[in-house]
Design a protein around this ligand. Structure first.
Ligand code: SF4
Length: 487
């Protein structure tokens, strides 16, 4: 089970910067209000430490309205949380105005683990310069602190952001769409911002709300109020008494900002930004292996039938982003090659090849392919069982090579493990075979063929490590390949 991520927003509403467009720059907080924020944060940290194991929490990010990193209690709390073994990462949004060396020494003194720290640094052009901001980013990077930097995509600031991108020298620079200004971008502006941030196109996509994608995420407010995300509806549960993740609720029509859409369970968030995508630090894989049914397409179709299926426009856009970044896209499916190509007709041009027939057939472009071949001899062993178990035999061959056999029967009769065992006990050379159930289809391939081995072969052909690849799937057949790539 993936670990969960919590976002926290205290009652802080003040900032040391005074950007003209920001309401929090005009709201000084009294000592009393600041004390209250400190007390609420400390109480939140205490409770979080108590709940980490039971709620299976792996990461926390502070998303304040004002600037929190000028207050020592946030430094100490983050350090305390990072020291806890169950916590994988702690992060905070900041304007980066604090002293990096003072912060890091205080964080480490308080037991903080630098490798677990994630910073989301926002560039405010009215208050700092490109060189000052980038010097701090580089200073953090030199200390191996993971961070992203970003700014709002205001067209007037385009040249400044291009300069920022250059100076950041490889640190990811995200660009947020202009929110609330009801302005749209020209094609030229769009392209220019996409040059700066390859994921800017995602910012402009409409993401229809789908609360089923928001299980296991929580946005906690200073008073213990809960939402599924920063813009979701208030839930009836309270942080103080919470002992299980609440059922998400939402009345929004769209997930309109990164903190909303970026934290959903859609697989592409993790492909692009890792296990805790809300930190917004790209994973930059060199290859992505994608299962087809249940992953790229939600519909499960009967094996043996072939028709084209559509991916959502958002997934299509995201695949195009990856292809543009020269990331190798590869199928990893139990379908035979021809069926997969037929079903994925609209997206196959983006893919460099893949693993087909559960690993029995591996394809890399036009240049290379490999089959785990099967002998024909054992097929006659099945004849005696055909009537009793009511199945037909489909054989898959290419250039005379047999590589997959499907025992198919009525859709109302899914195969059971006992029947599979009975079939295998009748086959003379069962040791050389591997079988798996796909509802009413019992698939038989070589014992050496599986998706994980397919990933290893393709990675060798591409001259990359499986650790530089990401794999996504939704079934037992995908587990080993996902472990190989994503661990
Ligand atoms: S708005 Fe937030 S809670 Fe609602 S569906 Fe989108 S991400 Fe989930």
């Amino acid at each position: 089970m993936d670990k969960h991520m919590i976002l926290y927003r205290g009652s802080l509403k003040s900032c040391n910067y005074h950007c003209s467009y920001c309401p929090f720059s005009k709201h000084p907080m009294s000592e009393r209000e600041l004390d209250r924020d400190q007390m609420q944060w400390c109480s939140f940290v205490k409770r979080l430490l108590k709940k980490v194991k039971a709620l299976h929490i792996g990461a926390l990010m502070v998303v304040p309205y004002g600037e929190a990193m000028i207050h020592h209690w946030y430094w100490e709390g983050l350090a305390q949380l990072s020291a806890f073994a169950e916590i994988d990462a702690v992060g905070i949004q900041t304007n980066l105005s604090f002293s990096v060396s003072e912060f890091l020494s205080s964080y480490e003194k308080a037991g903080g683990v630098p490798e677990k720290l994630r910073l989301w640094a926002t560039f405010h052009p009215e208050m700092t310069t490109v060189s000052e901001f980038c010097a701090k980013c580089r200073q953090l990077r030199e200390q191996d602190i993971q961070l992203c930097a970003g700014s709002v995509g205001v067209p007037e600031n385009l040249h400044l952001l291009q300069e920022l991108k250059q100076e950041l020298n490889g640190i990811y620079l995200w660009v947020n769409k202009m929110d609330g200004l009801r302005l749209s971008y020209t094609q030229k502006e769009r392209e220019a911002f996409e040059e700066i941030d390859p994921y800017f196109a995602r910012e402009l996509m409409r993401v229809p709300a789908n609360v089923s994608m928001c299980r296991g995420r929580l946005f906690v407010e200073a008073d213990g109020g809960l939402r599924s995300c920063n813009i979701g509806s208030t839930l009836k549960e309270n942080w103080e008494t919470l002992d299980d993740f609440p059922i998400p609720e939402c009345s929004r029509k769209q997930c309109s900002c990164y903190l909303a859409y970026g934290g959903r369970g859609d697989f592409m968030n993790q492909v692009l930004f890792g296990p805790y995508p809300l930190f917004r630090i790209p994973r930059c894989p060199r290859a992505v292996f994608l299962d087809i049914e249940g992953t790229l397409f939600s519909s499960k179709d009967n094996c043996g039938e072939s028709h084209t299926v559509e991916v959502s426009s958002n997934i299509m856009g995201e695949l195009e982003i990856l292809a543009k970044q020269k990331v190798y896209l590869l199928f990893a499916t139990t379908m035979p090659y021809r069926e997969a190509m037929q079903r994925c007709r609209k997206i196959r041009h983006l893919f460099a090849g893949g693993i087909f027939a559960g690993g029995a057939h591996i394809v890399w472009g036009q240049e290379r392919e490999y089959y785990y071949e099967l002998q024909d001899s054992w097929l006659t062993d099945l004849a005696a069982l055909k009537k009793e178990l009511r199945f037909r035999i489909l054989t898959y061959r290419d250039c005379g090579k047999l590589y997959k056999v499907t025992l198919i029967r009525s859709t109302h009769s899914p195969w059971t493990q006992q029947e599979t065992a009975a079939i295998m006990s009748h086959i003379s050379d069962a040791k050389s075979l591997r079988c798996y159930i796909e509802e009413n289809c019992l698939q038989i391939v070589s014992a050496d063929a599986n998706k994980a081995r397919g990933v290893e072969t393709l990675c060798r052909w591409m001259d990359i490590s499986p650790k530089d690849a990401v794999a996504v799937g939704d079934s037992k057949e995908d587990e080993e390949m996902m472990e190989l790539c994503n661990s």
